[in-house]
Design a protein around this ligand. Sequence first.
Ligand code: 13P
Ligand code: SF4
Length: 344
Amino acid sequence: MTVQETYEVMKQKLSNFLPDFEIKYKAELAYQINQLKKEKNAIILGHNYMEPALFHSIPDIVGDSLELARKAAETDKDIIVFCGVRFMAETAKILNPTKTVLLPAAKAGCSLAESITAEDVRKLKKKYPGVPVVTYVNTYADVKAESDICCTSGNAAKVVESFNTDAVIFLPDEYLAKNVAHETGKRIIFPTRTPRSKNQQELDYEIIGWTGRCEVHEKFTVEDIENVRSQFPKVVILAHPECSPEVVQASDFSGSTSAMIKYVEQISAPQYLLLTECSMGDNIAAANPGKEMLRMCSVRCPHMNEITLEETLQSLQKIRYVIEVPEEIRQRALAPVQKMLTIG
Ligand code: 13P
Ligand code: SF4
């Protein structure tokens, strides 16, 4: 595609809410990135939270964490550029040790991934011997390496139900754990808050959680939902499972980022409100001009926000920032990640 063709494609998707000069500027960047991508035999994976101009121009594949991890496992390209956050790029590296995995920002962290360390997991395993550890994919490689299986928001309940044990340790998202407990009918405790059981053999709970939270999704409240419903009585509200259980239960649908996109595309409603990262509403609106997306977002994920077209261009030009996972940790993290991919 030429610069002009790139601009035309982007204009078709973005002209409802982006000024033309902005589309022209971003089309130039997207063109250069797509040229370099070909030259360097790279693939670009883009998370659903990428800003609209990036989302609709350079990724070969867009999707939620699970879909992108699957695509990362399948690619035969030499370089994987991950337009997402660090834990996602690390997962790609765990699956592809011989490939170069690039994250276009030096840090692009995640409040959930920062909430727990490998040492925390080792202590929990000591405290609850024999209890399997399910770890949300929003964690760093050394935490995954201490786990029996990983999960994403797309398969968390199925992963928990795949165990026949009396209990599972589910880390580190407090709200996702509570939502999974609600969905699966299991009882939950938080050992950082609840005194230790006297007899570890007699567990009177089935999910042992941790108190990590997503700094974006924890902001949404039931009052916000009540307020929106009184203003737009027919609005359909979708909440990511990193929202509190009260928010999820007051919503009409909850699912991974891709599950929410599919739901909006399939269900006909006067308006839709997404209780998740702001950019996703823009991306859906761009791809589905007939859908009226309401916005209730004052918080963009600051980590996803670090990934821009400018940084992605620099990433491919300078081959930066290269994701490395120590081989000993990678090998131990591989099995839990691969198990996650087998559970749909
Ligand atoms: P998904 O796996 O649903 O895409 O979510 C990733 C994430 O970080 C949500 O905040
Ligand atoms: Fe992490 Fe929340 Fe940002 Fe997702 S939205 S990357 S969970 S901080």
